[in-house]
Design a protein around this ligand. Structure first.
Ligand code: ADP
Ligand code: MG
Length: 259
């Protein structure tokens, strides 16, 4: 059977002045699969996310998402087509409630102008209610307690709960592709293992969802990825299953410290 490619990236390049943060990266993501991106700091992983989500304009190269060319499209347009992400540094609005933070991820927020808001208040209220229900249901998958009171401000929550809120915010728009940038950063080993369970649960609930995860914690990659790509200096140095790439001598030298 031929592969069902959701994201096809061809020779994607981003230069910042003289520095090639990403250099002719060619990679595919299959629908419903989990791809792990491994590589030392500064190897271009986050730049890759910023390029495919429309945050940065590529210097050259092409991105096709769900059979549509999205190269150079705005971040909002890419998001609307079904790509969501979390950020390496948390981007929650700390004084706002759990619900407010999750609602920010909903398309609803972007689809109404002033007139629509004035004249279609009833529909709007209906959508807010629906968004609230969806947020509660999603959050309850991870943490029923957190879903029980979504009016709490995010700033009082422990790290794992904040991450869960961030992941729910990315999922509430029902994306086809979820991008996670170092989701275990700042968490204890125990919290990280719970996060892995969360991600596996998300995958169980929506088998069509593809995930790309950037992560330094190798035990995370081992448990959740179908495929891994290893980056160094803005290029991909090898790809394959986690078992394959972990044994690659180049990878051991560049990343795993020659262990
Ligand atoms: P990673 O996520 O793998 O740690 P990044 O993609 O963040 O790496 O960065 C890759 C390289 O690009 C680094 O050398 C970084 O300093 C540089 N870089 C990233 N973003 C910018 C930017 N907006 N302006 C200039 N240089 C950048
Ligand atoms: Mg990064």
């Amino acid at each position: 059977m031929s592969k069902d490619i959701l994201l096809a990236v061809t020779k994607l390049t981003k230069r910042f002045g003289g520095l090639a943060a990403l250099s002719e990266l060619t990679i595919d993501v299959e629908r419903g699969k989990v791809l792990g991106l491994i590589g030392p700091n500064g190897s271009g992983k986050t730049t890759f996310f910023n390029l495919i989500t429309g945050l940065y304009e590529p210097t050259s190269g092409a991105v096709v998402f769900d059979n549509e060319a999205i190269t150079g499209m705005s971040a909002q347009d890419v998001h609307r087509r079904g790509m969501s992400r979390t950020f390496q540094r948390s981007r929650l609005l700390l004084p706002l409630s759990i619900f407010d933070n999750i609602a920010l991820g909903h398309h609803m927020r972007q689809s109404h102008g002033l007139w629509a808001n004035l004249f279609a208040r009833k529909r709007m209220l209906g959508e807010v209610k629906q968004c609230c229900e969806e947020a509660r249901e999603l959050l309850a998958v991870f943490d029923p307690d957190l879903a029980g009171d979504m009016s709490r401000p995010v700033e009082g929550l422990p790290m794992i709960s904040r991450r869960r809120v961030e992941i729910c915010r990315a999922l509430v728009s029902r994306p086809k592709l979820l991008l996670l940038d170092e989701p275990s950063a700042g968490m204890t080993h125990d919290e990280t293992m719970r996060l892995v369970d969360d991600i596996l649960l998300v995958k169980e609930r929506s088998s069509d969802l593809a995930v790309v995860i950037i992560e330094h914690e190798m035990s995370v990659m081992e448990r959740i990825t179908d495929h891994c790509a290893v980056m160094n200096f803005g290029t991909m140095i090898c790809e394959g299953t986690y078992q394959n790439v972990a044994q690659d001598p180049q990878v051991q030298e560049a990343y795993l410290g020659g262990e």
